[in-house]
Design a protein around this ligand. Structure first.
Ligand code: EPS
Length: 378
């Protein structure tokens, strides 16, 4: 079975971040600049911290691509951490330990459970890997998946819908493209920024909601046949795996709780050409765990970042005393960055479903298979 899979490696302040993406068919022409544009979009966002002034993330592809085309083998992508220059002693792979241990756990972070589970004495051994810096590699690998999907006519976009309780007008689906928060509602964005400024002054942080939409996906990705083959489950899992995400909904999602069945489902009609059309998309493009041809709509909620400049009550794992949680340089709000990561995870989940259904050796065979299938179900 063709499988597209992805691993990331690297610590937040280590020398380099790496992704290995396997299962991309041979013969896909890749544009490195497009990947780098997404990496830059992930770095932007009102409310990001000082680290983003240090980094200018750029992808280097070191395997699986030759003369701009994929070879069918694992694609290895690397992004260097510019900040490593300031951490060479504290993040050295070998040599004597340097730097003070982090011992005050942050509520809401992997810190406490991580040191217990992995038998570490320094919370840094946990936070370096649990850090959302890792999402750089999701965006890099997702950038390849996006270009793969684009060859089939699938386009993926995102927008921020809520930050700290300030909601955007969900009807505004375009406009305000130069947004600093990836928000299509310019007026709401100003209020979101004000809210972020207020949180920063108070030493606090904010979460929010973003939405990812994928259009043009072939009908019938995923399957109703088995629980783990349902694409909605795979998409939800992919989205939920993003650091700080605490809830995911597809289409109407939690809104279904208040709708009667008569208003909840997307009625089917024939158009003049005899094609099945829908006037609504409550299902968010997925019925029975399969794509139904409508736009795929996934929303996720991100909790506020757990690193607070006005720290919460916590415990010190070395002294066993009550302390305030550790303060590290961090972001006040990273919801717009998470929305770019959400695009990448959606792309990776959809690309895996495409290769599972249509095979994954060469782009020529895959595109032929997609074309024949689309003709059959017309
Ligand atoms: C993060 C803490 C901050 C963020 C980081 C995620 O990093 P630092 O500790 O170096 O200031 O900037 O995000 C990124 C580096 C990134 O690329 O998104 C954390 O603890 O999760």
């Amino acid at each position: 079975m063709a499988q597209l899979r992805f691993l990331s490696a690297g610590e937040s302040h280590g020398p380099v971040l790496t992704a290995i993406l396997e299962g991309v068919p041979a013969g896909l022409r890749l544009d490195l600049e497009k990947i780098n544009r997404d990496l830059a979009r992930r770095q932007q966002g009102y409310g990001r911290g000082g680290r983003m002034k240090i980094e200018t993330d750029k992808a280097e592809i070191v395997s699986g691509v030759r003369f701009g085309e994929t070879l069918g083998g694992p694609i290895t992508i690397q992004v260097r951490n510019a900040d490593f220059a300031n951490w060479t002693d504290r993040m050295a792979a070998f040599g004597a330990p340097a730097g003070e241990k982090v011992t005050a756990a942050r509520p809401g972070h992997a810190d406490l459970t991580g040191v217990r589970k992995y038998d570490r004495e320094d919370i840094r051994d946990i936070l370096e890997r649990s850090s959302a810096r890792e999402t750089t590699m999701r965006v890099a690998a997702g950038g390849v998946a996006k270009q793969f999907l684009a060859a089939l006519g699938v386009e993926i976009s995102s927008r921020v819908l809520n930050i700290g309780g300030v909601a955007a007008d969900a009807e505004k689906r375009s406009g305000n493209e130069a947004s600093e928060l990836n928000c299509r509602d310019a007026e709401a964005e100003e209020r979101m920024k004000e809210k972020i400024r207020g949180a920063k002054e108070a030493g606090d942080t904010l979460g929010g909601v973003f939405e990812v939409v994928a259009t043009g996906a072939p009908v019938g990705l995923g399957s109703h046949i088995q629980w783990d083959r349902r694409l909605d489950a795979q998409l939800a899992g992919a989205m939920m795996s993003i650091q700080a995400i605490k809830g995911v909904e597809i289409g109407e999602g939690f809104g279904y709780a208040t709708l009667p069945g008569s208003l909840a489902h997307d009625e089917m009609f024939y158009d003049e050409a005899g094609r099945v059309v829908r006037k609504t998309n409550h299902a968010g493009g997925l019925e029975g765990g399969m794509t139904n041809g409508e736009p795929i709509v996934v929303r996720a909620v991100m909790k506020p970042i757990p690193t607070l400049m006005q720290p919460l009550h916590s415990v010190d794992i070395a002294t066993k005393e009550a302390v305030l949680a550790s303060k590290e340089r961090s972001d006040v709000c990273a919801v717009s960055a998470a929305s770019v990561v959400g695009e990448a995870m959606t792309a990776l989940a959809l690309a895996a479903a495409v290769t599972e259904k249509f095979g994954g050796d060469s782009m020529r065979d895959l595109l032929d298979a997609v074309r024949a299938y689309r003709e059959r179900i017309q």
